[in-house]
Design a protein around this ligand. Structure first.
Ligand code: PRP
Length: 213
C-alpha cells in the first residue's frame, strides 16, 4: 500500500504560503507593502515644513546661544509636556553647561478648538525655583495663552531669572502678547505635526515637522 504524502512533504505541490521560508517572506512583504501604503497616504495628507536636518541645525544654534548666555551658571529647564519632550531631549544634549530638568503639564479648558484662557496645571513642578536660573522649554507658541499663564505662575515662585525657548512660534495667531527669548522658527498659521507635536496624539514621533493639508 502506498501512503499519501502529507502537504508539507509534497514540496513543490504545497501552496507557497504554507512553506515556512516563504511564509516569512510573505509576512515581510505584506509588512513592507503596508508601510509603503502608509507612506503614500501620509504624503497625500502631509507636506514637509522643516526637515530633520534643518531642525537639528537650528537646535544646535539655540544650544550654542543658550550655553553662551548662561556660561558659568547652571540652568533648570522646565519642559512643557507633552509636545516639548523631543525638542528638550535634543536641546539638553547639545548644551555645554550644567542643567537640571523638571516638567509641567497644563490643560486649557474652553470650546475645544482653541485656548480659552482658562489654564490649569495637571502636573506641577517637583522642585523649588527660588533663586535658580530657569528656562521654560516649549514646542510651540500659538495664541500665547499657555505661556503667559505659565510664565506668570513661575515668576511668582521667585526664580533668579526666567527665560523661554520655543522651537516654533506662530505670531499671527497671538491672542495675548508674549515674546520668547529664544525662537527656533517662526512659522505661518498651519496645523503642524511631528517632532513632538501631535494630531489626536499621533505623529509625535516623526523626525521632521509636517503641515497637515
Ligand atoms: C500646545 C503646545 C503649547 C500650547 C500652545 O500644547 O505644546 O503648550 O499648545 O498653545 P497656545 O499658545 O495657544 O496656548 P497642547 O495643549 O496641544 O498639548 P500637548 O503639548 O500635550 O500636545
Amino acid at each position: 500500500m502506498v501512503w499519501p504524502k502529507s502537504q508539507t512533504q509534497v514540496g513543490n505541490h504545497v501552496h507557497p504560503l504554507l512553506r515556512p521560508h516563504d511564509l516569512r517572506l510573505t509576512v515581510f512583504s505584506t509588512f513592507a507593502f503596508t508601510t509603503h501604503c502608509k507612506k503614500i497616504i501620509l504624503s497625500m495628507i502631509m507636506k514637509l515644513l522643516l526637515s530633520e536636518k534643518r531642525i537639528q541645525q537650528r537646535v544646535g544654534f539655540l544650544a550654542r546661544r543658550i550655553s553662551r548666555d548662561f556660561l558659568g551658571r547652571e540652568i533648570l529647564m522646565v519642559g512643557v509636556l507633552k509636545g516639548a519632550f523631543i525638542f528638550m531631549a535634543d536641546l539638553v544634549r547639545k548644551l555645554k553647561i550644567p542643567v537640571r530638568l523638571d516638567f509641567v503639564r497644563l490643560a486649557s479648558y474652553g470650546d475645544g478648538t482653541c485656548s480659552s484662557g482658562k489654564i490649569q496645571f495637571t502636573k506641577d513642578l517637583e522642585c523649588s525655583l527660588r533663586g535658580k536660573d530657569v528656562l521654560i522649554v516649549e514646542d510651540i507658541i500659538d495664541t500665547g495663552v499657555t505661556l503667559q499663564y505659565l510664565y506668570r505662575c513661575l515668576k511668582a515662585r521667585r526664580p533668579g531669572s526666567l527665560a523661554v525657548v520655543t522651537l516654533l512660534d506662530k505670531p499671527s495667531r497671538r491672542k495675548v502678547s508674549f515674546q520668547a527669548d529664544y525662537i527656533g522658527f517662526q512659522i505661518p498659521d498651519h496645523f503642524v505635526v511631528g517632532y513632538g507635536l501631535d494630531c489626536a496624539e499621533e505623529y509625535r514621533n516623526l523626525r521632521g515637522i509636517y503641515i497637515v493639508k
